[in-house]
Ligand binder design. Structure first.
Ligand code: ASP
Length: 331
């Protein structure tokens, strides 16, 4: 009797504690976010990923009820930032925006500090962005046909900038060298903002980069433009050919941006942050700016956690095979 009364008391105490914990957990989720949220960008400030992140962050402040502060964590083609976020506190105050690099890293790196499919929570995809192949203004080849001939005769003299192994500029550059059958000298930067500055300054010759970075320079004529990397021409620059129609058969790279959080971030937080993100994607302040910069809207299904995770899995398979065939990897 004595024993069972004590057992009963302990059971009641445990139930009360559990109820109390649930209540405080709920209260915390309702109060979230109680302070600014950090959004990690894996490349240099002022570049294409950074531009998407900052435009989105500004549009999210109102629906989220807090500011989203962009933090640039550079290095190793975006893999340093991804590894840091994978190990960050899953308290709802660290999020991460990345691109196809999340899917190409496992094939590119023998040792990787994160697993894209198990170390994160998935918020959703944000937007698709075409790439463009550009050159410094005084580069000899005027169009793609001339570039093909020029590269064949001068490969050893040509520099191709990128944002490191894991960057989409590296991926696009690898496909370009394969398509041209040429081995160019690659020059890595911490993002394509500094890579484009080097191109504008005449220190490098070629760069493959997102329209979110290159559009203004293509329109101003301060760089040479050879084509877009999408299957069809893009709405924002309909006069520009695709690389495929200019002679690089089947050439296609589309950059997609996804939003992640460290594994273990509470589901209520992922939902609240994700809802604010989905509202921001529709906000003209984001949507119009993205359209001007050549980006393409994506379906609502792709903006969900499941939409991102499924897409990421299919991209890991797709690019893994391409990278293996190209024989590109690092320790
Ligand atoms: N465009 C870069 C890349 O090549 C990244 C960046 O600077 O946003 O991955």
């Amino acid at each position: 009797m004595q024993f069972s009364r004590r057992a009963l008391h302990l059971t009641t105490l445990a139930a009360g504690l559990a109820a109390g914990l649930t209540f405080s957990g709920l209260a915390a989720a309702q109060a979230y976010p109680a302070k600014p949220v950090s959004l990690v960008v894996p490349f240099a400030a002022g570049g294409p990923t950074d531009i998407v992140a900052r435009t989105l962050a500004a549009a999210m402040a109102k629906p989220l009820g807090q500011s989203v502060v962009v933090e640039n964590k550079l290095g190793a083609g975006g893999t340093i930032a991804a590894g840091t976020v994978a190990r960050a506190n899953p308290d709802g105050y660290t999020f991460f925006i990345h691109h196809n690099g999340m899917a190409t890293a496992p094939a590119l790196y023998r040792k990787l500090a994160f697993n894209p499919l198990t170390d994160f929570e998935y918020v959703g995809q944000v937007v698709d962005v075409p790439m463009t192949l550009i050159a410094r203004k005084d580069f000899p080849a005027k169009n793609m046909a001339e570039l093909i001939t020029y590269v064949k005769a001068n490969a050893s003299k040509i520099n191709l900038a990128n944002a490191g192994l894991g960057a989409v500029s590296h991926l696009c550059g690898t496909l370009l060298q394969q398509a041209l059958g040429a081995d160019l000298t690659t020059v890595p930067f911490s993002g394509t903002a500094p890579a484009l500055n080097a191109l504008l300054g005449g220190q490098v010759d070629l760069l493959c980069d997102q329209t979110t970075n290159t559009t203004q320079h293509i329109k101003a004529g301060t760089v040479k433009m050879y084509g877009v990397t999408t299957k069809s021409r893009i709405k924002s620059m309909p006069d520009q050919p695709t690389l495929a129609e200019s002679g690089l058969k089947d050439f296609e790279v589309v950059v997609w941006h996804g939003m992640y959080a460290p594994k273990g971030t509470p589901p209520e937080v992922i939902k609240k942050f994700g809802d604010a993100m989905r509202v921001a994607i529709k906000d003209p302040a984001f949507a119009t700016r993205m359209a001007e910069l050549g980006a393409e809207q994506i379906s609502e299904a792709r903006q969900t956690p499941e939409g991102l995770k499924t897409f990421l899995g299919s991209e890991i398979t797709k690019w893994g095979a391409v990278i293996k065939a190209a024989g590109q990897f690092a320790d």
